[in-house]
Design a protein. Sequence first.
Length: 395
Amino acid sequence: MLDAATWAGRLGGDRFLAQTYHRSYAHLPGAADTAGLFSWDDLNRIIATQRLEPPRLRLSVDGEMVPLHRYVIPTTNRRAVTWSRIQPSDFHAQLRDGASLVLDAVEKIHPAVGAAAEGLERFLGTSVQANVYASWTEREGFGRHWDDHDVVVVQLRGSKRWRLWGMTREAPTFRDVESPEEPEGDPVADLVLSPGDVLYLPRGWWHSVTAGQGTESLHLTFGMVPHTGADLMLWVVDQLRASLALRRDIPRFGSLAEQSDFTDAVRGEVADMMADPRLVERWVESIDTTDPGHAIPSLPYVDGLPARREITVKLTAPGGRLTANREQGTVTFSAAGTAWDFAESAAPALGTLLTNRPTTLGVLADSAGLEVKEVAELVSILIDGHTVAVVGTAP
């Protein structure tokens, strides 16, 4: 299972974060155990059973999407609901002729990939989306291009050739003032990924990808949402909404002196906050405790959990914080944008939840020396707060 600790171990842990992350590519042969992660059978089942309208499921060749009518037919049921149905023979023909297949956000519909994406989120502290790519020929599905987010690629089946060029514009973004120029010269790396190989690529690195190594290719790409200085400034502005200087109306029709006084006041508030040497730490704590994560219902328990030791629960937020309030004899549990105060005795159970591993009510109760009924009541509060969900042993 690719949980946070496993990702850390396979990517290189603190060394990866300090020397490679956001800086340079890394090819890690055999770094991933792909058994049970995702297979051709999984892909066939998903395509056959899910209504996957483009661009969620799409074919691409030479950097262009293949027109939908070339491999699907519109299907309408008796209630006038229409969707696109794959025609296997036409679908196969497009892939055989050089198209690449893309399935976006597979973590939402495949539990093993979802768990791997969640583990990477916890290791890197950012949202992750997992896409599946399949191709059969040396023809490029997407042409030479760059991405506006870092990626971790896991080769599942077959092999894939990756040619890499460095950035031509440092840290390009989705909303940017100019586009990176095409790279010149030979690639800085020419790699062939085999099953189990992992490739890390920072955003902005140009790359071209082909199969054609004598076998069909299937791989997962985990894309990480970037956090930039612009995101930090948006957060700073949100923190300053309590400031009168930022709440005042802009003196659009005022004198030049009034306008200057207004901007001086705003500048002063922003400068004071930016002078805090722990500003990034405060931002990290904020995003760790406000990200809503992946809300999961806890059916059939719509009216609280029964006191059953075997009920299994887990944290659905990507992170959280547990803070001791020694003078009050309480602890504050913060996650998904909400904070709760609990008795100090609940700290061990809450700490176990923060590991993000599925855990039974019995284990949580034993860890804190509490009755199962007490833990069930505590967890029910967190379920209502969209931070914890039942993931096993429902009747």
